[in-house]
Design a binder for this molecule. Structure first.
Ligand code: G3H
Length: 489
């Protein structure tokens, strides 16, 4: 049990003696399910939240603080110090990823290692940005020395499904570009920040990084209401993002970097290679139980091959092993959100009432901490599972005759992150891609949707995202292009 009673404000690891919240795990090593108490985290109040804001504002000093004015090589040294310390915490963080959010051992290790790589890549990209800024541009007798300027004070909130990797995809570029941050971890995947608090404290100057805990409405909203936040950086749901954005009194001044919901479709054309398509659709729909914004959340399959697809796909789903995150070869693991099995059951019941069936034998089988993935067919547009981002183990399958059907749905959708297309005929694929690039931000050919490699742009259209994250783009999202102009004498 971890009794985490510290938070980081003003360069100090402060001890909290007030209210705490219990952190439970849905993972159990015994067959009879019992939520395990993993530890406690502070539930800070408004006063402490505003103290964190003051700390970040003072460190930024309206652009005159030590950090925003610091030389590139010195900021790089701070970040290198941080990542070196972080690497020594791998075992603890990986263990917490498994216990707190039920992520399998290989995926937890991958999340940690991928994040470390992301930090090193960010450092290299930042140095490159600096080398580029040494070049002058000249037009009509005016020389321009391009410099990326920082944006100010950033309020950063990360998601529970990639509490390390996605959170750091915001935090690291925000910090290295000279901004100062207040970071509040998500409700699940929160204890894993504990082993890293000291690394943050000792690597960066006072007030550059502030880490607080508590309920969003109690700590994040009052921070926004002051109007002193320059950037809201959030990966999570649009309800929280909108509420926080709206609580800022001068929204026109607020910059946003947001990664929100998605409903990425797969379009399986009649000439698709079925073996490959099924492998990719299994990974795309059910990696980490479908709890990924990049997951495939609806499958459109051409009517000529739907029967073969449904049979083979459902059998493969039923063969996926469920177990604890550390079990060898496990693919499905307990769900960290206590209410998730009941929510998925509601989606299934709604679809069944409106005419769908569960295709796989084990679909919908429940235990206290899990609901086995159900393949639902035929799904129609009145069903909740078609309209809502399920973010969990349930897979809607729709037949289509004409490619215009999925294209129409994509155009009407509120989301626009990615799509996967399965087919082999270049003459069909090429014109289709010409349309798809106008509907989403990443078209995956014969492969499932995913964010990585992290050097590629990660963004979305419509309600799916604001701003772009990739090693390259994130540095730009958290800074502004400024320049020093001089005239030839
Ligand atoms: O939730 C969205 C994550 O960025 C997914 O990342 O597609 O690389 O697993 P991934």
């Amino acid at each position: 049990e971890i009794n985490q009673n510290t938070y980081l404000v003003n360069g100090e690891l402060k001890t909290w003696t007030g209210d705490t919240a219990n952190v439970y795990s849905s993972v159990s090593s015994t067959p009879e399910y019992k939520p395990t108490l993993l530890g406690k985290i502070p539930q800070l109040g408004k006063e402490e939240a505003l103290e964190a804001l003051d700390s970040a504002c003072n460190a930024y000093g309206k652009g005159q603080g030590e950090w925003p004015r610091m030389k590139v090589k010195d900021r790089v040294a701070c970040m290198e110090k941080f990542v070196e310390q972080m690497k020594t915490k791998r075992e603890e963080v990986v263990k917490l990823l498994m216990w707190e959010i039920g992520k399998s051992l290989p995926d937890s290790e991958k999340e940690f290692d991928r994040t470390v790589d992301y930090i090193y890549d960010t450092i290299e990209e930042y140095k490159q940005l600096d080398r580029d800024s040494a070049k002058f541009e000249k037009h009509d007798g005016v020389n321009a020395h391009i410099r990326r300027g920082s944006l100010g004070v950033v309020l950063c909130l990360g998601p529970y499904n990639y509490p390390l990797n996605e959170t750091f995809a915001l935090l690291i570029p925000a910090i290295i570009m000279g901004n100062t941050v207040i970071f509040k971890p998500a409700k699940h995947g929160v204890l894993l920040m504990t082993p890293l608090l000291e690394a943050f404290q000792t690597s960066f100057p006072t007030g550059v990084v502030n880490i607080i805990y508590g309920r969003g409405r109690v700590v994040a909203t009052p921070i926004m209401e002051t109007g002193r936040v320059d950037v809201l950086a959030l990966i999570g749901n649009s309800t929280s993002a909108n509420a926080l954005q709206e609580s800022h009194p001068r929204q026109n001044r607020l910059r946003l970097v947001l990664g929100l919901e998605a409903k990425n479709p797969a379009i399986v054309l009649p000439d698709a290679d079925l073996d490959l398509t099924i492998d990719e659709c299994i990974a795309g729909t059910l990696s980490f139980n479908g709890q990924r914004c990049t997951a495939l959340k609806v499958l459109y399959v051409h009517e000529n091959i739907i029967e073969a697809f449904n049979k083979r796909f459902s059998d493969r789903v039923d063969a996926l092993p469920f177990g604890n995150p550390w079990d060898q070869g496990v693919k499905l693991t307990p769900l960290p959100e206590p209410g998730k099995p009941a929510y998925i059951q509601e989606l299934i019941d709604d679809a069944l009432e409106k005419g769908a069936s569960i295709l796989n034998e084990k679909g919908g089988e429940t235990t206290e901490n899990y609901i086995f993935p159900a393949v639902l067919y035929p799904v129609n547009k009145d069903m909740r599972v078609f309209k809502e981002e399920q973010f969990g183990p349930v897979i809607p399958v729709l037949p289509f005759k004409d490619i215009q059907e999925p294209l129409h749905d994509m155009a009407e959708s509120n989301y626009g992150q990615q799509v996967s297309v399965f087919g082999q005929n270049v003459k069909t694929l090429a014109p289709l891609i010409d349309t798809l690039v106008n509907l989403v931000c990443r078209v995956n050919l014969n492969s499932s949707c995913q964010r990585g490699p992290d050097v590629y742009p990660f963004t979305g259209r419509k309600d799916s995202a604001v701003g772009t994250l990739s090693v390259h783009d994130a540095l730009r999202s958290f800074s502004i292009r400024t320049f020093v102009a001089s005239k030839d004498n």
